[in-house]
Design a protein around this ligand. Sequence first.
Ligand code: SF4
Length: 343
Amino acid sequence: MRDIKNFDLKELEGEFLALGAKPYHARQVFSWLYKRGVWDFNYMSDIPQSLRKELADRFYVLGFRLLKHLDSQDGTRKILLGSKDNNSIEAVVIPAKSRVTGCLSSQVGCKYGCSFCASGMLGFKRDLTTGEILEEAIYLKDNALENRLTHLVFMGTGEPMDNYDNVIKAIRIMNSSAGLNIGARRITISTSGIIPGIERLSSEGLQLELSVSLHAATDGLRSTLMPVNKVYPLRELIYTCKEYSLKTRRQVTFEYILIKGLNSSLRDAEDLFRLLKDFKLAKVNLIPSNYIPELRFAPAAKDSVDIFKDYLVKSRINVTLRKERGEDINAACGQLRLNYAKN
Ligand code: SF4
């Protein structure tokens, strides 16, 4: 049995032709899956009965089961999905005033071992398939109020650039009018700074949002926090991001978690200014860190956060302060999976 969501529309039309079915039935099935949210071939009423049976014999639609969900007082809902091979995958739906954002994982575990992140603690298991990534979005849509999902961000477990082909294929289906029809500008890829991935993305012709986890403005500190910096150091990374923004005319967002006593002093803010001062289309998103007991880091105090932000504002760096969501439900990336594995 194969996951039908691993096929884009063109591929599915080819599969249907091979079965002796009309390609327009593939378009109808696509619409049942992504527009109408129907997961059982039996209910696809405009598909001939014999074809429905054939499809059910050859393909499955949903491969995950919902293991757990947790609701935060702020409306954030975190879900833990179990795969057929007994892995668990986290995804989060985050409602706000005018948008509902789904946060997706791209891999089971992560090999990059950033020291502030719970995701790497259980090690890397495998890439998620295109169908599994789409299924996360489908589950999140189902778990969102009024089934409304307006934005998607690849900020859950895993490095999306390390599972590039499956992520981009899933994004194209999310973005297509026959699929989930979510605008490319409403889909964000967040990377730890994998330079070849950023270079490849710049040639995709997709108007995606690119977000880079920075978290330190010197190589010494960043290499301690994010070992990937030893392979793709800051100078090359910022150069590649500038090239990306020149080529795509898109802004690049740099995520910066403020950790107590580590990267949140005025001096760190000055380093950050020096790093980005010539980068016109850069935005810094400051994140007050969630406290994760398993990790040794604590959030920076509010006055340090204010001083850090004020310095950047005065230095004319485009900066925002993200409101941390879902703190009461372990919403930081990898936390729910980690707690589930411990129980
Ligand atoms: S921050 Fe991202 S790249 Fe780093 S360990 Fe966590 S999931 Fe992996």
